[in-house]
Design a protein around this ligand. Sequence first.
Ligand SMILES: Cc1ncc(COP(=O)(O)O)c(C=O)c1O
Length: 371
Amino acid sequence: MSKPIYVTEPSLPPLEEFIPYLKRIWDNKWLTNNGEFHQEFETRLAEYLGVKYVSLFTNGMIALQVGMQALRITGEVITTPFTFVATPHAIHWNNCQPVFCDIEPETFTMDPDKVEALITPRTTAIMPVHVYGNPCCNGELKQIADTYGLKLFYDAAHGFGVKKDGVSVCNWGDLSMLSFHATKVFNTFEGGALVTNDEKMKSRIDFLKNFGFADEVTVVAPGSNGKMDEFRAAYGLLQLERVDGEIVKRKRVAEHYRQALKEVPGIQILHDQVGIQHNYAYFPVRIHAEQYGMSRDGLYDRLKERNIMSRRYFYPLCSDFPTYRSLPSAMPSNLPVATKIAQEILCLPMFADLREEMQQLIINEIYVHAK
Ligand SMILES: Cc1ncc(COP(=O)(O)O)c(C=O)c1O
């Protein structure tokens, strides 16, 4: 059998380009705690994203948890069930309760028209997700947050490089979290960041990600350990030089899929939105079983038999996991759009170096089962 085609494959810089960075780390013997690569990477990332401040983290999950502490979020937090479990888990780890809001059928992001009905006296924040890199409806969400005095904290794990009208989505809300996990458009093996335009918030985050230390003898809060080390910060600097080229390659893969699949009945493709610079992080399609002639799970299995590893992102919904399913907002009848899409969604392999002949195998397999 041929080698598996995975849903994603990380892009790595040439090893020889990384060696001088390693040599410098070995010479300096400064491995973590705000070293020179850490500082430079924060500055360069802020420039790249067009934001004032970036705080690097060891991964996106810790960044989410610390961000909630930094914003002093308590009680109930309105979020989406159509996300990776890290989003509600971060809420849970902060002793808060996730309240699930249904999503929009076009972009799969939180439906702002359904948020207000979920607000109670215990609500302190909204945590939407730019799922697949599709920007949320920031205008409406910000207006609700401002009206009700709520924090707006974006899970932008998928949003690296995404811009609306030329501005990074990381500028939105009180805070945004990025993930640099190996599966993301921009990876540092593991890694993440919090992004803010508020100087005081940046320093509070930096204390909290380092056990709460403000200086050698002052601990201002029960912080965590979320610091990124020098190895990954150096690697991130190298990756930053390449990421625009990676996104261009991903766009080519997306366009080829769109062109090839547009005539297949029952396969619904997402298109680029006007005014949005996308990052092509994922290639989700909706399978309408009646028209296509096979269910999403059927196609997933057939692809797997051919060693093509698609993923049912995001299925099951977070609201269906045992930790959350007894919450009143988790009832499927409250989440009709998310419930339907979770049954139909399939993410096809998408990465910068997906070769055309490999992509053709995937496309052929999808055609074979069409009505
Ligand atoms: C939407 C979302 N939020 C949070 C995370 C957590 O990020 P990390 O894996 O860097 O901890 C991820 C991905 O892994 C994610 O997809």
